[in-house]
Design a protein around this ligand. Structure first.
Ligand SMILES: Cc1cc2nc3c(=O)[nH]c(=O)nc-3n(C[C@H](O)[C@H](O)[C@H](O)COP(=O)(O)OP(=O)(O)OC[C@H]3O[C@@H](n4cnc5c(N)ncnc54)[C@H](O)[C@@H]3O)c2cc1C
Length: 488
């Protein structure tokens, strides 16, 4: 392994799982562990706090997944990766700055925006991107603090796990979420919500959802929630399709969840029993599952959503989705479009607007024509698009870091002219960038936990944490406690 000027200086842009795992994979690689390669890593994020979508995407009522933060915290807490938050690539730092100060850069900037739903009416008031709603309920400092929740009938378009998160948060009582880390403004907003019915629409059938069995079952968990199924949606599954369903364990488990809900609903109807939630409590809200519904148009009046038109669909013998020519309208006050995320361009770095990713080959960033740009890499959702769970960013990192090590070995990386750890800090300070550090994050983390400990949930138990949601306050709490940004 040859590196012209030790240590090898790496910048990672984005401190979500893809950024942290990329840095960690390099640190755990054989050349680094054997001492053959010395590395110096700076991890930047535009937000004052680390962890990307784990902090600002994963639903607050999924503490087990949020708990992955503990593992990432342990990695960053070791001191061999220097975290610098509140630094935006493209505004506070340019591609030229990175070339000057680092031998290589890995972009791990994720995908933060909603993918388009190309139907008329998408711009109407009350038509929301799921990414914006998620950013609101998870307290992302860059999003508005208030959210209009005055519609009684609400639609969630999409059949992926993000659609489920959004439907679940809309279906839960605010107090049920109080034991999580939701910010105060989110609790207040959800408490005042007038939602009575949440409708989840999928273009395909129950077997074609991307739900995990656990998350599908969890939909029926909120207190006072009745799940409503349409028998027609299951009746239109053909015998051949049932065979395919039974041959795949995950699909079978998901579909059996829907079958179970429908059977219980039909049993109650036949017995003339009042519907209840799954624990027999009175119904406060309903969650309607609608399959085989292709979005056609969001309907509106005076600029606001009043409903949505769908065409019913079916799968033909080749398994291709076809419209049936039957159109159905629903009266709705709000529509949440959970049809996927999309990456954003980064100034000076070749970007594929179609796929919302950086042009790359196995993690080496390339020009649009495939020519490799030495020393520039990508990892995570900005590398391969917004699909896959957190774990997938780890295998991504292995691939990307293999390219980095190969390129170091081949001597194709131009050494950065400035090789002083402090120079980048001086540059940021000269530009008036109020960067935050790992010590600053520790202070903010402790502050949020103490806010939680001082408050109680609906059962009188201390709350897990209360997130600080104003960027200025996050920066203030972080910087008030700051010593020098450290790399042990
Ligand atoms: C709503 C939602 C729920 C999810 N729930 C789960 C779940 O329950 N379980 C699961 O396994 N996976 C879940 N995922 C998927 C998981 O979040 C992703 O797989 C993972 O976060 C992708 O990692 P990443 O590091 O590529 O991107 P991100 O986590 O988005 O991290 C990107 C980071 O880059 C930073 N950044 C962006 N642009 C810049 C810039 N210009 N300068 C500096 N920094 C920048 C961002 O602030 C962010 O911190 C969910 C995703 C969403 C959207």
């Amino acid at each position: 392994m040859s590196s012209s000027q030790q240590p090898f200086r790496l910048a990672v842009i984005g401190s979500g799982p893809a950024g942290v795992y990329a840095a960690e994979t390099l640190l755990r690689s054989a050349p680094v562990k054997s001492g053959e390669l010395e590395v110096s890593i700076d991890l930047f994020d535009q937000l004052p706090a680390p962890f990307g979508l784990i902090r600002y995407g994963v639903a607050p009522d999924h503490p087990r997944i949020k708990g992955i933060i503990t593992a990432l915290h342990r990695i960053l807490g070791r001191g061999d990766i220097r975290f610098l938050g509140d630094v935006e690539f493209g505004t506070d730092l340019t591609a030229e700055d990175l070339r000057t100060h680092y031998d290589a850069v890995i972009f791990a900037t994720g995908a933060l925006k909603d993918a388009d739903l190309p139907v008329p009416g998408v711009e109407l008031e009350g038509s929301h991107g799921a990414a914006d709603f998620v950013a609101w309920y998870d307290g992302n400092p860059d999003y508005p603090r208030t959210w209009e929740l005055d519609a009684e009938q609400v639609a969630v378009i999409g059949n992926g796990n993000v659609a489920l998160d959004v439907a679940r948060v809309l279906s839960k009582s605010a107090d049920e979420l109080l034991r999580t880390e939701i910010p105060e403004n989110v609790h207040t907003g959800l408490k005042d919500a007038r939602t009575t019915d949440v409708h989840v629409f999928g273009r395909r059938g129950p077997a074609q959802t991307k739900f995990s069995p656990l998350e599908a079952r969890e939909l029926a968990h909120p207190q006072g929630l009745q799940v409503v199924m349409d028998p027609r949606d299951l009746e239109q599954i053909t015998e051949a399709q049932w065979e395919a369903i039974r041959s795949d364990k995950r699909t079978d488990q998901v579909v059996q969840t829907f079958v179970g809900w429908l059977e219980e609903q039909q049993r109650r109807e036949a017995a003339g029993e009042e519907p209840t939630d799954r624990e027999g409590r009175p119904v406060q809200r309903r969650l309607h599952m609608h399959f085989w519904h292709r979005p056609v148009e969001i309907l509106g009046e005076d600029g606001s959503v009043t409903g949505m038109r769908f065409e019913r669909t079916h799968l033909d013998e080749e398994g291709t989705l076809q419209g049936t020519g039957e159109f159905v309208d629903y009266e709705l006050g709000a529509v949440y479009r959970a049809v996927g995320y999309h990456g954003s361009p980064l100034p000076g770095i070749p970007y594929d607007p179609q796929r919302g990713v950086l042009h790359n080959a196995a993690g080496r960033v390339t020009e649009a024509d495939g020519t490799v740009i030495p020393g520039v890499y990508a990892n995570g959702w900005i590398k391969r698009g917004p699909v896959g769970l957190i774990g997938a960013t780890k295998s991504d990192a292995i691939e990307t870091i293999a390219c980095v090590l190969e390129d170091i070995d081949a001597g194709v990386l131009a050494p950065a002219p400035v090789r002083d750890d402090e120079a980048i800090l001086r540059l940021l300070e000269d530009r008036g960038v109020e960067y935050t550090t790992w010590d600053g994050w520790m202070a903010l983390d402790a502050h949020e936990q103490s806010l939680g400990a001082a408050a109680v949930d609906a059962d009188g138990e201390p709350r897990a944490r209360i997130k600080v949601v104003e960027r200025e306050e996050m920066v203030r709490v972080s910087r008030d406690a700051v010593q020098e940004p450290s790399r042990a």
